[in-house]
Design a protein around this ligand. Structure first.
Ligand code: S3P
Length: 185
């Protein structure tokens, strides 16, 4: 089984994955970091030099390799759910957790994170806040459709979030899914 964490930039996927993995005695994997390791450069460089489409291709390839593994917690990139095949692999492999937060909260977190400008390439030609509002609005239905559980992250301690996710994982089976969700992007 593989546990997937999905959600917009700044929702806490990369911080939470190791906490959950440690408790399960599994490995935590951050797909963005793997892409950077394989490319020998940053994600921002890949966007700059080759464009977003090339990044998405590499992202889908890395995730396909990861979903062939077992007992890992994957912190996916915020846009990984844009690929329907990735979503299928994710859902076939185990429970999918959407780490959600109100738009204003995500704007606040991303503004406060000083590394944002260097590490998070623009996804549109829109201004910073407008981009978050626009992209998030488009993606929320997809995060919702692909995930088995929504985890509200606002004003919650990271250790409590890990605990909530661990409880959901215990005894989880695909049969718990009440309906087959379709990828709706
Ligand atoms: C992206 C999110 C980033 C990274 C890339 C694109 C997106 O990952 O994959 O910059 O499209 O939302 P994080 O969500 O880990 O920041």
């Amino acid at each position: 089984m593989i546990v997937s964490l999905i959600g917009y930039r700044g929702c806490g996927k990369s911080s939470l994955a190791p906490l959950i993995a440690d408790r399960l005695n599994w490995q935590a994997v951050d797909s963005d970091r793997l892409i950077e390791e394989q490319a020998g450069c940053t994600i921002a460089d890949i966007f700059n030099d080759h464009g977003e489409a090339e990044f998405r291709k590499r992202e889908a390839e890395i995730l396909e390799q990861l979903y062939a593994e077992d007992q890992i917690v994957i912190a996916t990139g915020g846009g990984a759910i844009l690929n329907s095949q990735t979503c299928e692999l994710m859902r076939q492999s185990g429970p999918v957790f959407w780490l959600s937060a109100p738009t204003e909260e995500l704007i606040r977190r991303l503004t406060q994170d000083s590394s944002t400008t260097n590490t998070r390439p623009a996804l549109t030609d829109l201004k910073f806040e407008e981009e978050i509002r626009t992209v998030l609005k488009r993606r929320i239905p997809v995060y919702q459709a692909v995930s088995d559980f929504e985890v509200l992250t606002m004003n919650r301690k990271i250790t409590d979030l890990a605990e909530e996710i661990l409880q959901q994982i215990q005894g989880w089976t695909p049969k718990m899914r009440t309906a087959v969700k379709e990828h709706t992007s």
